[in-house]
Write a protein that binds this ligand. Structure first.
Ligand code: C2E
Ligand code: MG
Ligand code: MG
Ligand code: MG
Length: 291
């Protein structure tokens, strides 16, 4: 009987693994064709000033509209794109498309101060990143200062001395640089201060439960105090409540991002979202962004 049960378990795992392998294959095959089939789209999530709720930037978030699976989250396909090397052409498309989109909004008279784009580890290591970014900016006629590149701690800490020079070159282009999901990785504080960074984005896991969660409150305050000393600006990610926003603002966090302000929006929904709110300055009211 034990043998029988073992066999069943084995078969169960085999079937399970098979299903996973099949899904992986399906995703991978699809991923190879997704670019040429035009299945990727960019969504945009507002980053607002903590004191006024005024729009300061939009984070660019990639989506894959799969013909059978529907909208696939980047959490599911970015790792696969990294493993297969497909992240290079995909990442290139993201940077170009984001710059084109910003130029289009400029033409429409919509005021989007800045876009923040996520870089993956492979993109960061790749030769020609500088040229790629410079090319996309030039092609769209976008000033470098309106682009911010987001990297994780592990990307820059992997090889800090090389990162110092790569970040220096990116900075020389005029783009802004930020550390994403800050606090979840390992940062050498001595390097942190040597990197030409503009912004730290406090990971959502530390924003959860504020202000009641004492541990998270202590962590958020410590990051804000350090950032202030090192002259980094700080974005709090995943702000969902007024209480979180008020606490972070009181502790000196300048920038907020999260569902409280908006979910990531498809490009087509941005004009309505922005037009409603310009050109009058924004004021805080009942958690919504209002004129
Ligand atoms: P991230 O860069 O940390 O992006 C923030 C994620 O948090 C987004 O998930 C966003 O939708 C989500 N989020 C924002 N506000 C809230 C909130 O208030 N509550 C909650 N629960 N979640 C919130 P998304 O869009 O699924 O992206 C996941 C990750 O995928 C991103 O994390 C980023 O690491 C990666 N990613 C997205 N687009 C790209 C891209 O173009 N290139 C690369 N390399 N990675 C990307
Ligand atoms: Mg990000
Ligand atoms: Mg993040
Ligand atoms: Mg995150």
């Amino acid at each position: 009987r034990a043998k029988e049960a073992g066999k069943n378990t084995y078969q169960f795992f085999a079937a399970e693994m098979n299903a996973q392998a099949i899904e992986r294959l399906q995703l991978e095959r699809g991923l190879r064709q997704a670019l040429e089939r035009g299945e990727f789209e960019l969504h945009f999530q507002p980053i607002v000033a903590a004191a006024t709720y005024r729009l300061e930037a939009l984070e660019v978030l990639l989506r894959w509209r799969h013909p059978e699976l529907g909208l696939v989250s980047p959490v599911r396909f970015i790792p696969l794109a990294e493993e297969t090397g497909l992240i290079r052409p995909i990442g290139d498309w993201v940077i170009r498309q984001a710059c084109r989109q910003l130029a289009e909004w400029d033409c429409l008279g919509l005021h989007v101060p800045r876009l923040a784009i996520n870089l993956s580890a492979r993109q960061f290591e790749q030769q020609g990143l500088i040229m790629q970014v410079a090319g996309a900016l030039a092609e769209a006629g976008i000033a470098a200062g309106r682009l911010e590149l987001e990297m994780t701690e592990s990307m820059v800490m992997q090889n800090p001395s090389e990162a110092v020079s790569l970040l220096g070159e990116l900075k020389a282009l005029g783009v802004r640089l930020s550390i994403d999901d800050f606090g979840t990785g390992y940062s050498s504080l001595s390097y942190l201060k040597r990197f030409p960074l503009d912004t730290l984005k406090i990971d959502r896991s530390f924003i959860e439960g504020l202000p009641g969660d004492g541990d998270n409150a202590a962590i958020a305050e410590a990051i804000l105090a350090m950032a202030r000393k090192l002259s980094f600006s700080v974005v709090a990610e995943g702000v969902e409540t007024e209480a979180q926003a008020a606490f972070l603002c009181a502790k000196g966090c300048q920038l907020l991002q999260g569902y409280l302000f908006s979910r990531p929006l498809p490009a087509a929904e941005l004009p309505a979202f922005l037009q409603q709110r310009s050109p009058q300055p924004l004021t805080r009211e009942r958690g919504a962004i209002v004129r």
